[in-house]
Structures are given as C-alpha cells and as structure tokens.
Design a protein around this ligand. Structure first.
Ligand code: ADP
Ligand code: ADP
Length: 232
C-alpha cells in the first residue's frame, strides 16, 4: 500500500543543512495500523508530510496505492491527496463553521452535490458518535469531540490512508483511549490503512500492529509491536 525507498529529506537553513529524514525504507500494508514513534526532532513530522505530499523528498521515492506521490503535482496531487487524509494534534477545524459545515467542507471542495453531501455528513456524524451536535461550533465541544469532527472530516471523501499527526497528544488519557478505540473501529470497519506518529508509547501499544522507532532521521528499529516493545 505504502512504500518508501531510500527517502532522504534535507532542509537548508541559515545555520546549515538539516537532514531531517535519512535514507528511510519502509513498507506499510493495506489495512494496517502502523505507528512511528520517536522523540521530538526525530523526523516524524517530516516523514508524515512527505507521505501527504506536502513536502518533496530530496532523494528517494514514495509510492502510495500505486501512485508516485513524490513525482506528481498540481491537480494530480490534489486528487491523490483526497485519498490520503490527515488528522492533527490541534484539530485544525474551521472555527466559524458548525460541526456539519466542517465535515461537509472537503465534500464541497471535491464538488459533491448538496443532497449527497447532506447524506454523507449524516453518516459521518453517526460513525464518530456526534449525533445531536451538528449545529454546534468547535468552541462548544470538548477536545475529544473536536477530534471526532477532525476524524469525520478526514473520512469524508473515503480516503485509502489516514495519517494521524500526534492526534491524541492534546487529550487527557481517558479521552485519548476513546479516540484510539474509534480509530480501531474505523480501521476494522472500513479496512482503512492508518499511519500515526506519536511520542507516546501507550498509543503504540494500544492500537498499532507494527511500529518503527525513529532517531535522528533514521529508523533504528521496526517490527511487530509485541516484539519491539516486549514487556520485561
Ligand atoms: P519530529 O516530528 O520527530 O519532532 P521533525 O520532522 O519536526 O521531527 O524535525 C526533524 C528535524 O528537522 C529537526 O532537527 C527539525 O529542527 C528539522 N526541521 C523540521 N522542519 C524544518 C524546516 N521546515 N526547516 C528546517 N529544519 C526543519
Ligand atoms: P486546543 O485547545 O484544542 O489545543 P486551540 O484553542 O489551541 O485548540 O486552537 C488550535 C488552533 O486554532 C490554534 O492555532 C488557534 O490559534 C486556532 N483557533 C482557536 N480558536 C480560534 C477561533 N475562535 N478562531 C480562529 N482560530 C482559532
């Protein structure tokens, strides 16, 4: 499903070049929940932005669902990115729009007609358990509810891959668990491939099938979660 070959990303800065990602090779299978863990500065965000086509690698190739995401741009990249959606630590919701308008937004951008949008938004609201909150604004919701909106919006156009960028890092432990349960439910029900980055071991242990540990732009360990993080 996802294949990264010899990916290197170098940022040029006034203080010299920074190698954020260094010769990474990775295969992620369809339907897998794959975790990438590492300390701050390890290169996780850069890796996820490369997967999302927001950044281009300095060298190497990235294939997602048969598309060379590192090679395309413009309209082709825009189309491909509908299949690769993302949720964020701070949710990135539109604060002046209601919950249903937030969820409908990517459907409008994709040119889905109104009747179909209304139907789809209703399904998504139900999927993430926000019935009754359709007309509320993000500021009226708890953190966990905001992330449910983020998830519904991310799923609107039926993506093949969901990228999660520290999606539970702003939430308390209990809310974190409820969001992780929802992600597992979506993974199982829709067969969606999920790639998540986190600095929290708990997140990896709770929902990931496989994990890669990043350090200084490199993958230093990779495998089944049970093997990589064996309880002593
Ligand atoms: P993580 O998400 O694991 O914290 P990042 O991918 O954000 O790691 O950062 C990896 C390295 O790349 C860090 O040294 C960071 O300072 C550097 N970096 C990230 N983004 C940029 C950028 N846009 N310009 C220059 N350096 C960057
Ligand atoms: P959280 O408390 O869930 O972390 P924040 O309140 O920090 O969320 O908001 C996340 C992002 O949204 C920030 O970049 C913030 O500036 C922006 N934001 C928050 N409230 C509003 C608002 N009413 N209108 C526009 N942007 C907002």
């Amino acid at each position: 499903m996802i294949s990264l070959s010899n990916i290197t990303k170098i940022y040029s800065s006034p203080n010299g070049d920074v190698k954020a990602v260094d010769q990474i090779n990775l295969r992620i299978k369809k339907g897998e929940i794959f975790g990438i863990i590492g300390y701050s500065g390890a290169g996780k965000s850069t890796l996820i932005r490369l997967l999302n086509g927001l950044e281009k690698p300095t060298s190497g190739s990235i294939e997602i669902g048969g598309i060379r995401i590192d090679e395309i741009k413009g309209e082709k990249l825009r189309k491909a990115r509908q299949e690769i959606s993302m949720i964020f630590q701070h949710f990135n919701l539109l604060w002046s729009r209601t919950i249903e308008e937030n969820i409908s937004f990517p459907l409008e951008i994709a040119g889905v007609e109104k009747k179909e949008r209304i139907k789809r938004v209703r399904e998504l609201i139900k999927l993430v358990g926000l019935e009754g909150r359709e007309k509320a604004y993000p500021s009226q919701l708890s953190g966990g509810q905001k992330q449910r909106v983020g998830i519904a919006r991310a799923l609107a156009n039926n993506p093949k891959v969901l990228l999660c960028d520290e999606a539970t890092s702003a939430l308390d432990p209990q809310t974190t668990d409820s969001i992780l349960d929802l992600l597992v439910d979506i993974n199982e029900r829709l067969g969606l491939t999920i790639v998540l980055i986190t600095h929290e071991m708990h997140v990896i242990r709770k929902i990931c099938h496989r994990v890669a540990v990043m350090e200084n732009g490199r993958i230093v360990e990779e495998g089944e979660v049970l093997n990589v993080f064996r309880h002593p």
